[in-house]
Structures are given as structure tokens and as C-alpha cells.
Design a protein around this ligand. Sequence first.
Ligand SMILES: [Zn+2]
Length: 228
Amino acid sequence: MPTPHSPGRLVVVQSAKRKRCSVCRGGPLSLLVLEDGAPRCLDCADLGHLVFLPRGDTALTRRSREESALSAVVVRFNRRRSRYERQGVLVEEEALSRAEARCLVDAEARRRRRARDARRRAVEDERFVAAFAAEILRLFPDCPAERARAVAAHASVRGSGRVGRSAAGRALTEGAVISAVVAAVRHVDTPYDQLLMSGMPRYEARRRIAPAVEAVLRAWQGAGAEVG
Ligand SMILES: [Zn+2]
């Protein structure tokens, strides 16, 4: 087994061999320090007051070592790979407590930021739906307000990829708004869905219901001009 080497760091070895301390003869040692090839127990290496932090939480590990005046890397020899692998660190218990506190503060800060972001998105969504509905009512003044609102809300469901979420929908272009209204009318005011369910091809179903869609749109336009 080669000597573990980590420049500028204290290295402690996890050992399955039943070695004893070369100084105090204590043992067998599960953790030892090699000094000039001779095993020493943690007490004789002046590391006996440190606590073990297993690897896995990189932020906690980094902070524990920052907070700790004295720390050591714990390694174990992997025979199959023929190399030492990190198992964790030894740090002062107080340092570990301070590091845990810092990580908790961070987690709380992240939680609060996520909540703020969610609230902001909800407000943005609300504004977008209101603007979308207003645009529907501008183009279709006789469309019932609750229908306009429902179409706008449906079209702007976050992450749905529906028209309201597309760049055009975001910009509230007439084309995008009309597309959303036409889609809603098709599904709500005509037998389009039943025709599709009955196995009718999409183009045929759309042709069948086109007059009904036109009639609803004209009625919602009221006395205004034709929608282009
Ligand atoms: Zn010893």
C-alpha cells in the first residue's frame, strides 16, 4: 500500500488492518496517521479531539474546514483501483456546528428566494392573463367577460407551450389572440372534440365546424369589422 499523499494537508487513513499505534501501542486502529511509515493513533497525532464528517455534502465539508483551525482528510485505500479515496474529513466539533448553522441559514435564504420568485411569477401571470383577456375583449367586444378570462387563462398556463406562452402570445399579437379564441370556440361551442373522438380526420372535422366557429366569432365581434 503506497503512502497517502496530499500536499499541505493532514491525511488520516481508514484501515481494515489491525494495526497498533507505534507510540502508545493502542489499537487496533480504525483510523491512523502514517508518520515516516509508522502508524499513530489520532491521540498521539494530536487529532483525537476532531469529529468525522462523511463525504457527500460539499458545502458543509468546505465550510467545516474553513471554520476548523485543525482538520484532516480521511482516506481509504481502494485495492481494486489501487488508489486512496476520500471518505470525509475530521474537523473540530465547534467548527462543524458553525458550518451547519451557516448551511441552514443558506437553505432558509434559498427557500425564501424561491417563495419570492413564485409570488412574482404569480403576479406576472395574473397581469398577463388580464392583458390577454383585455385584448380578446378589444377584438371581440361581445364575448362574455368570463369566457375571455377563461380563454386567456387557458392560453397562458405556464410551461404548457400553448399559444399564450409562445413569443407571439407574449407579445399579444392579434394573430395569437385570435388563434386562442378560435381554439376555445372549437372545443367549447362546437362538436369538434366529439368528431375527432369518432375518428373523423382533423381537417374534415375543422371543415365541418368552420361555419359554427365563424358564427360565434361574428357574434362576439358585435357591430365591429370582420376579423382578418
Ligand atoms: Zn497512540
